[in-house]
Design a protein around this ligand. Structure first.
Ligand code: ADP
Length: 542
């Protein structure tokens, strides 16, 4: 028997329809490429996104065509986002911080046809466009196009005077809406193809109180770039509830973010740990305050205790750790306690874990043969995930399923899950250090080490060892102007980790490299350590 409820397919254009009609005056504030803050709102976003749709259809864009963007978080970028998906085309967000050869590979693999780009990317485009034959039109997200050797339009004149009534929707809710490539830390980048329905469900899942808990009263600073893992879903969740949006453009340094937080009354923000570390360093240096920020989601990498504690103790901000990946839309677990009334200290151990599932997802742990492992908080294994917001395969490999016989996707992470369902990531499978037949979590050691007052960033790598297979080495980037002895760091770790987890060496480096999505780039660090030898007698040490 069919239900007698209205047919109402879950397509994402409806989210902006809703925001424009019921939260039309709620602001969208951008730090523009031209410099000053620009104020828009949801009603204007819809009008201009409709104009983008008109322009795309005029160019002959058809449903399913890939429309690429290459730029930072801005109102114009968001207009192209909704203008594209509204007519059933697929929005492919390219990451301007990737190497040119990676961008060429990704744009060709995706078969992008039209490209909207920040003018700051003009030089990069000179390099890559000759190698991207499918891109037939370039539009710079600015009032005037920079001088280039290739033909290009400027967004504002291209948009001006276009009608604002291009129809949206009318396609199946399982149609593709967005394409986002993983950064390819192993092998080539892989395309994750989101659907209207999957993103709609993800937005509703993440809005729960036991998730991001956004509301019409929130002002959201989206420091996560729009090209990183589906912008953590915020481009859908914020308009769905009518939250004010603040888009920081290209300036993600501590001073610029702090200024926006204070002038715009930001109540909620989300970002990777390195971004919060930069903000905290700036606040410490300038004696700055956070007078409106209430909640912060930290994810993308494990969140060090020092970030959670400092934001809470010194600035009154509640940190929620989130775990997910490009393939999970991305938010999948969140570190919010189940028990009421916990003090900060009581809640802290839970906040350091990646937490419990959001919404209707499922997790399991398996060994290398795919056999299920117990959820006892001690046994760790490969983390597998399943649900309506999880990828089933990758773009361009339709016959190559990414899931096992039970429909679970292999995350590539190693984790433990306790009897209450709280998950804790041990490491990425490729980063975990195998020492004497047992595993050392590089994440645990680096997140404790970075709590040392002289440390700016820390990373732990496994180095080949003739007796123990691998031993950990701690790399430290010190705070500007600080000097330290190796022993200070070993003393700091002493008693906080098992003795055999103790790094065999501490190496001070000028800079710990940060990758294209703001995470510590271990691949590059590993390259820099080529030829490095452990300092101690390899037979004695463990
Ligand atoms: P990339 O592989 O380029 O970093 P993603 O942004 O999709 O691409 O990264 C997903 C991975 O990031 C996860 O598989 C996990 O290893 C790591 N990750 C994300 N959030 C957390 C977290 N809170 N704690 C530990 N690791 C995390």
């Amino acid at each position: 028997m069919r239900a007698l409820m209205q047919d109402w397919s879950l397509t994402l254009d409806k989210i902006l329809d809703h925001a424009a009609r019921w939260h039309g005056e709620r602001e969208i504030v951008t730090r523009s490429v031209e410099g000053p803050l620009v104020r828009s709102d949801y009603a204007r976003l819809k009008q201009r996104a409709k104009q983008v749709s008109h322009g795309l259809l005029e160019m002959g864009v058809r449903p399913g065509d890939r429309i690429a963007t290459l730029g930072w978080n801005s109102d114009r970028h968001l207009e192209t986002w909704y203008g594209t998906i509204g007519v059933g085309a697929v929005l492919h967000t390219l990451n301007p911080r990737l190497f040119p050869e990676q961008l060429v590979y990704i744009a060709n693999h995706a078969g992008d046809t039209v490209l909207f780009a920040d003018p700051a990317c003009a030089a990069l485009l000179e390099e890559i466009l000759p190698q991207c034959p499918t891109i037939r039109r370039v539009i710079f997200l600015s009032a005037e196009a920079p001088a280039t050797s290739f033909p290009a339009d400027a967004y504002e004149p291209w948009l001006a005077d276009r009608p604002q009534d291009t129809p949206w929707g009318g396609f199946d809710e399982s149609s593709a809406a967005g394409l986002c490539y993983t950064s390819g830390t192993t092998g080539n980048p892989k395309g994750v193809l989101y659907g209207h329905r999957s993103n709609y469900i993800h937005a509703m899942m993440t809005l729960q109180p036991d998730a991001l808990n956004l509301s019409a009263r929130d002002t959201v600073l989206l420091s996560v770039p729009m090209y990183h893992a589906n912008a953590w879903g915020v481009m859908y969740s914020a308009p769905l509830v009518g939250a004010k949006l603040v888009l920081p453009g290209q300036k993600l340094d501590g001073a610029s973010l702090h200024e926006l937080m204070e002038t715009e009354g930001v109540t909620y923000s989300a970002g990777v740990p390195t971004l919060w570390q930069m903000l905290l360093a700036h606040l410490k240096e300038t004696n700055g305050r956070l007078t409106t920020l209430q909640r912060a989601t930290v994810g993308g990498s494990a969140c060090p205790e020092s970030i959670i504690r400092t934001l809470h103790d010194d600035y009154g901000v509640d940190v929620i750790q989130g775990w997910g990946m490009t393939e999970t839309s991305p938010l999948a677990t969140i570190s919010i306690p189940k028990r009421p009334g916990l003090s900060f200290e009581e809640a802290l151990p839970g906040k350091l874990k990646q937490g419990r599932l959001v919404g209707n997802l499922d997790l399991k742990l398996v060994d290398d043969e795919g056999r299920r492992l117990p959820h006892d908080g001690k046994t760790f294994g490969r983390l597998m995930i399943k649900g309506p917001t999880v990828a089933s395969g990758y773009y361009g490999s339709p016959h190559n399923s990414a899931v096992d016989d039970e429909g679970f996707f292999d995350t590539g992470d190693v984790a433990a899950i306790d009897e209450h369902g709280d998950m804790q990531i041990t490491d990425r499978a490729k980063d975990v250090i195998k020492s004497g037949g047992e595993w050392i979590s590089s994440i645990d050691v680096e997140n404790i080490a970075v709590g040392h007052p002289k440390a700016a960033l820390c990373a732990v790598l496994g180095v080949v060892h003739p007796k123990w297979d691998e031993r950990p080495v701690l790399l430290v980037q010190l705070e500007p102007g600080a000097a330290a002895e190796k022993q200070e760091f070993l003393d700091f770790l002493d008693g906080k980790i098992a003795r055999w987890w103790m790094p065999d060496d501490v190496i001070f480096v000028d800079e710990i490299p940060i990758g294209a999505t703001g995470k510590i780039d271990k691949k590059k660090l590993r390259e820099r350590l080529t030829g490095y030898q452990l300092p101690f007698d390899p037979n004695l040490k463990r």
